[in-house]
Design a protein around this ligand. Structure first.
Ligand code: AMP
Length: 297
């Protein structure tokens, strides 16, 4: 089984052409929905009393929601603006709300999960929750500038408690204080994780393991609408695929990174989660086959 833990959010997304307010978002939301095309993940997270039934219904369509807690207070809120190239995002506001004092509990049914993804979230909560699983074969975490700036030591500790770290290039540079991605990955590995996957947005990803580097391009897209959640969809696709194969072999991890790129490419095609919620499994297979042709030489 795969469990995904992290933020479930109300997002405000500002692109040069449109502003979408109170969209269903959150790192765990994107990751779990993306993973659901490979396995049925269990989701752990917290929402407030303002979380609408319609959003709960979307989650229920894709994932096991027994780990989603409805707490008193407001749902976590994120507000971000993109520049005209859609590749640079500025965070306008992060309101932790119910996420702030959340004490996550792993439902009994999820405890035996062999695959665990700690999506973007308070690193202290992430480090605590990973210890609650009995039988983890492969764990992975992500982080974001907000946590690097506010809880850097905890982010480093979290990274040392998982098998793999997936992080975007700018955040990897910020965290390790280096501009070179190889140096950044090596530094993150020194903290205790075995694999580092650096996401480079429209430029794909780099997977590091020992002294191996596996580079996979992004699926080239002509029309990008909203990049929000692309990184989370990448991670969800990657760990969802690994979980479906119940394997942590290097060859499977490489394939999983390709599925990550494919899922990220769907996420950017529509605002909010709708780039991935509208998908059918054959769409993924078709894009995977086109990707294979694209990189073949
Ligand atoms: P991405 O575009 O993949 O970097 O992820 C964007 C998602 O991460 C949005 O849906 C946000 O709700 C969520 N998010 C943004 N900031 C944070 C944060 N500080 N902690 C947890 N989740 C966050």
């Amino acid at each position: 089984m795969l469990t995904v833990f992290g933020s479930i959010a109300y997002d405000t997304i500002r692109t040069p052409t449109k502003i979408v307010k109170n969209a269903l978002g959150g790192a765990a939301t994107y990751a779990a929905i993306s993973a659901s095309f490979f396995v049925k993940p269990g989701l752990i997270g917290v929402v407030g009393k303002d979380f609408p039934k319609s959003y709960q219904n979307i989650l229920e369509r894709f994932v096991d929601t027994r780990g989603v807690v409805h707490a008193k207070g407001k749902t976590f809120r994120y507000d971000g603006s993109y520049d005209s190239t859609l590749s640079l995002r500025t965070t306008n506001k992060t309101e932790l709300n119910v996420l702030k004092d959340f004490k996550p509990v792993v439902p009994e049914e999820y405890r035996k999960s062999e695959f665990v993804y700690l999506a973007n979230n308070d690193p202290t909560q992430n480090t605590r929750i990973i210890k609650e699983f009995d039988n983890v074969k492969f764990s992975m975490c992500d982080t974001i500038e907000f946590w690097i700036s506010s809880k850097k030591d905890d982010v480093i500790k979290m990274m040392g408690s998982v098998d793999s770290v997936v992080i975007n290039d700018e955040e990897a540079k910020l965290l390790t204080k280096t501009h070179n991605l190889i140096k950044a990955a090596k530094k993150i590995m020194e903290w205790g994780t075995k694999y580092v996957i650096i996401k480079k947005g429209e430029h794909g990803s780099l997977l590091f393991y020992d002294d191996v580097i596996f580079s996979s391009p992004a699926f080239s897209m002509e029309d990008i609408v909203d990049p929000t959640g692309a990184g989370d969809s990448f991670a969800g696709g990657m760990i969802g695929y690994l979980s479906s194969k119940n394997s942590t072999k290097m060859a499977t991890i490489r394939e999983a990174a390709v599925y990550g790129n494919i899922m990220g490419s769907f996420a950017v095609e529509k605002y909010g989660v709708y780039g991935i919620t509208g998908l059918k499994k054959p769409d993924i297979k078709k894009r995977f086959d086109r990707y294979k042709k694209m990189v073949h030489f």
